[in-house]
Design a protein around this ligand. Structure first.
Ligand code: OGA
Ligand code: MN
Length: 291
């Protein structure tokens, strides 16, 4: 049975035909999924009953090396003892819903800003695989934005003006915007990373705006002008026509290309209900030559 992708509401989200990714080991199916990622940018796989280890194994088969520094993980140990398994939840080490003033809430709360994973690192994140384990009885959606469509919609003059610009991404910046504070020592451990503002996605050859809440300044530009341009572009790229809102079902696995999309969590009553997902993200290393 061939794996197929059916476009969901947005043009950049595909829903996979029934498949059990735990059983997918063959190169042909794996490259079909990668081709689907290049075509869409976000793929939804229903009914994937992954254990943590099965998710880690699949992510590795899919794209090689896993990213182990995609959150402020350098600041607090994660409860799974494996930094490649990112805890996207509102529960603490004891499995209880976190208190409102728990600093570990920083990660979950900050995910409500539009971002792309690990852009404050080099290498950044390439694919993120997010698996829904425990969902609240209320909607707690994730929204996605197509940064290639956003780029394509810019006029020629604007596109030309962006060519060659480099952006400094910093997780300290994105968290400070929300009022979280960092010690000097923490800041020294989180220096951020510089990436081009316009990226070409190798598989499709399409250009994309590489933006995130972490985008703090444009290299060699005065701070205010840089931040104004970044804000303008964020505003442009997150217009309704470029976005899709994912309503989670139990056992969904959603894969997105961090080079081609942004995403954000939507708020819900996170002091009343548990929400637990696990993310594995791959390193954006140069792709191995494929046959
Ligand atoms: C993530 C993320 C958003 C959400 O897993 O990287 O940003 O809705 N998640 O949980
Ligand atoms: Mn994220």
């Amino acid at each position: 049975m061939t794996l197929e992708f059916r476009p969901l509401a947005g043009r950049f989200v595909g829903e996979a035909s029934p498949i059990d990714l735990r059983q997918v080991h063959d190169a042909a199916t794996l490259s079909r999924i990668r081709a689907g990622m290049d075509e869409f940018g976000v793929l939804v796989f229903r009914d994937q009953p992954f254990t943590d280890q099965e998710q880690l194994d699949f992510a590795q088969r899919f794209d090689g090396t896993l990213h182990a520094r995609t959150s402020a993980a350098v600041l607090a140990k994660n409860r799974f003892g494996n930094e490649a398994l990112t805890d996207i939840s509102n529960v603490n080490d004891q499995g209880e819903i976190m208190a409102g003033d728990d600093r570990r809430r920083m990660a979950g709360v900050s995910n409500r800003l539009w971002h792309t994973d690990a852009s404050f690192q080099d290498p950044a994140g390439r694919y993120s695989l997010l698996s829904a384990r425990v969902l609240p009885p209320v909607r707690a959606d994730t929204e996605f934005a197509d940064m290639r469509a956003a780029y394509d919609a810019l006029d020629d003059e604007t596109r030309a003006s962006l060519e060659g610009l480099q952006v400094h991404h910093s997780i300290v910046h994105s968290r400070q915007v929300l009022g979280f504070e960092f010690s000097d020592e923490e800041q020294a451990r989180l220096p951020g990373a510089v990436h081009p503002l316009v990226r070409v996605i190798p598989g499709s050859g399409r250009r994309s705006l590489y933006l995130a809440s972490h985008a703090a300044r444009i290299i060699d530009w005065p701070l205010p002008e840089g931040r104004l341009l970044l804000r303008d572009l964020m505003e442009h790229a997150t217009q309704r026509e470029f976005t899709y809102r994912h309503e989670w079902q139990p056992r969904d696995l959603v894969i997105w290309d961090n080079r081609a999309t942004m995403h954000r969590a939507r708020p819900f009553d996170d002091k009343a209900y548990r929400r637990e997902l696990r993310r594995t993200t791959t390193l954006d290393l140069p792709l191995p030559a494929t046959a």
